[in-house]
Design a protein around this ligand. Structure first.
Ligand code: ATP
Ligand code: MG
Length: 240
């Protein structure tokens, strides 16, 4: 579903993605771990073409990432992304936030978009907040809206970049629960997170990055119990 081959990315002299080769089959949940600055966010952004790459190829569902125009818009619609900050539209209600992209980008009729939006809000457990504004919701609720909004485009892949890092501790689990539900429903997911419990329970696979490279690519079981590289051992020693 996601296929990256020999991807390289530089910021000036800084080589932030080094020969990244990665294949994520349909329905697989991949958790990306690694120290700060290892290139995790850049990888997500490259997959979504928010960040151009210097060499290599990235394809989503067999379609090589096009550089611009309508093809790029279509590709972005296929790849849902959820960031640390929720970035909801403050002056639109919750349900309007979820309806917006389907109406604007997919030209979905209002009534249909609203119906789908309500179903998605139901799924993330906040249908009863549909007519409120983002500022009236907790961080955890806003992040669940952000997930519903991404799902509204019916993406083939969901990318999560530290979706719970900005949340108060008591709100982390409700967001992880929504993500776990998505994983169980068969969504293809790439998740950058520091939530090791989620990685252990929900991931089919763990990718450990350091200095722009994929250093380990294995099962959660193996990664957490028998990491091979010194860098992974060091990382686990610091966080566990
Ligand atoms: P964190 O865990 O802190 O989020 P990360 O693994 O997501 O880190 P990236 O954000 O992908 O790391 O950054 C990788 C490297 O690229 C870092 O050294 C960072 O400083 C650098 N970098 C990221 N974005 C830019 C940019 N727009 N311009 C220049 N350098 C950048
Ligand atoms: Mg990051």
């Amino acid at each position: 579903m996601i296929k990256a081959s020999a991807v390289n990315k530089y910021f000036g002299d800084l080589h932030v993605l080094r020969e990244i080769t990665l294949e994520v089959p349909r329905g697989q949940v991949v958790v990306v771990l690694g120290p700060s600055g290892s290139g995790k966010s850049t990888l997500c952004r490259a997959i979504n073409r928010l960040e151009p790459i210097n060499s290599g190829e990235i394809a989503v569902d067999g379609v090589p990432l096009p550089a611009e125009g309508k093809a790029l818009a279509a590709l972005r619609a296929d790849v849902g992304m959820v960031f640390q900050s929720f970035n909801l539209f403050a002056h639109k209600t919750i349900v309007e936030n979820v309806m917006l992209a389907p109406v604007k980008v997919r030209k979905t009729p209002q009534a249909e978009a609203r119906k789908t939006a309500m179903e998605l809000l139901e799924r993330v457990g906040i249908a009863n907040q549909a007519d409120k504004y983002p500022a009236q919701l907790s961080g955890g609720q806003q992040q669940r809206v952000a997930i519903a909004r991404a799902l509204a485009m019916r993406p083939k892949v969901m990318l999560f970049d530290e979706p719970t890092s900005a949340l108060d501790p008591e709100m982390v689990q409700e967001v992880l629960d929504v993500m776990t539900g998505l994983a169980k429903d068969g969504m293809t997911m790439l998740v950058v997170t520091h939530e090791m419990g989620f990685a252990r329970r929900a991931a089919d696979r763990v990718i450990f990055m350091a200095d722009g490279e994929i250093v380990e690519d294995t099962t959660p079981e193996e990664f957490f119990t028998a990491p091979k590289s010194e860098r992974a051992k060091d990382f686990l020693g610091k966080i566990l």
